[in-house]
Design a protein around this ligand. Sequence first.
Ligand code: XMP
Length: 326
Amino acid sequence: DWTPGNVIADQVAAIRAQVGDARVICGLSGGVDSSVAAALVQRAVGDQLTCVFVDHGLLRAGEAEQVERDFVAATGVKLVVRDEKQRFVGALAGHSDPETKRKIIGREFIRVFEDAARDVVDDAGAHGEEVRFLVQGTLYPDVVESGGGEGAANIKSHHNVGGLPDDLQFSLVEPLRTLFKDEVRAVGRELGVPEEIVARQPFPGPGLGIRIVGEVTAERLDTLRKADAIAREELTKAGLDDEIWQCPVVLLADVRSVGVQGDGRTYGHPIVLRPVSSEDAMTADWTRLPYDVLSVISTRITNEVSEVNRVVLDVTSKPPGTIEWE
Ligand code: XMP
C-alpha cells in the first residue's frame, strides 16, 4: 500500500541501515525536495545530520532568509550557511553552453559540500567522525531525465544527478529517488514540514544560472532577479500560485532588440515568462494566464528593470519544449 506513512517507515529504516553512526550532510535549497529529504534523514538519524545552505549567487530575491525562517524554525535542524557567490559566478565566467553551465554548478556544489564536511568534522572535535554521506533530494523524474532511468535519453544533467564529478567523495543518500513531486509533498506534510515549504513551486538546483540564456554575470543575475521578483509578486497578488506549477522567468542575455522609451531609443534584452501547468513536470502545458495579469507584469518589468525593454510569453507545451530553457 502506498501511503506517506509507509514511505517514511521504509525510508527511515533504509537510511539507518545505509548510514549507521556516520555523519551526514544535506544540501538544503529551501525547496520542497531538499527540505523533505532533510526532514526524512533527520527523522532517521537526528543529530548526525548537518544541513548546508549554499548561497551561490544564483538565488532569487529573499530565498536565503526564507530557509532560515521557515525550515530551521520548524525542524530545529543544524544549519550551516555558506556564502559562495564569488566562487560560482567566477566558475561560470566565459561559459554559455547549458550543459557546461549545469556541470560547473554541480561540480562547485560538491566542492562546497566537501569544504563544509571538513568544517563539520572539525566542529565535532573529539568525535571526529568522517562525513561520508551526502543527502540529495533527487526525485524520480530527475533520474529519468538525466538519463538514469530505463531507456531514457539524457535530456538535461540535473545538478543533483547527471552533474556530479567522477571523483565524488561522498556516498549519496537519496530517499526520494522513486517518488514524484506530489508524493514528496504528501510525505513532507506527514513529517510536519511547514506548508510554506511543502506547497512551494519547484525551482531548479542550478537556480538562475540556467535561466540566463548566455553567460552568467553578476549584473545579469541582478537584472533577472528584479524581473523574477516582479513576476512572482504579481502572480501571488492575483491569487494564481496554486493554478500554476511554476513560472520560470528567463533572461535572453544574448539577444537584444530595439525599443523606445520616452524620447530615446533603447537596445535592451527580452525577458521570457514561462508559466506552466503540470502534474509531475514530465509533461506540461503553458498556462493561460489572464491578460490583465500579463499586462501588469510586462509594464512593471519594462518600467522598473532598465536593462529590459521587451517581455515575451512562452506558449510551448512540454514536449516539445522543456519547462526550463536550459
Ligand atoms: P525541465 O526543464 O527538464 O524541468 O522540463 C522539469 C522540472 O525540473 C526542474 N529542474 C531541476 N530541478 N535540479 C533540480 O532540482 C535541476 O538541475 C533541474 N533542472 C530542471 C524544473 O524547474 C522543472 O520543475
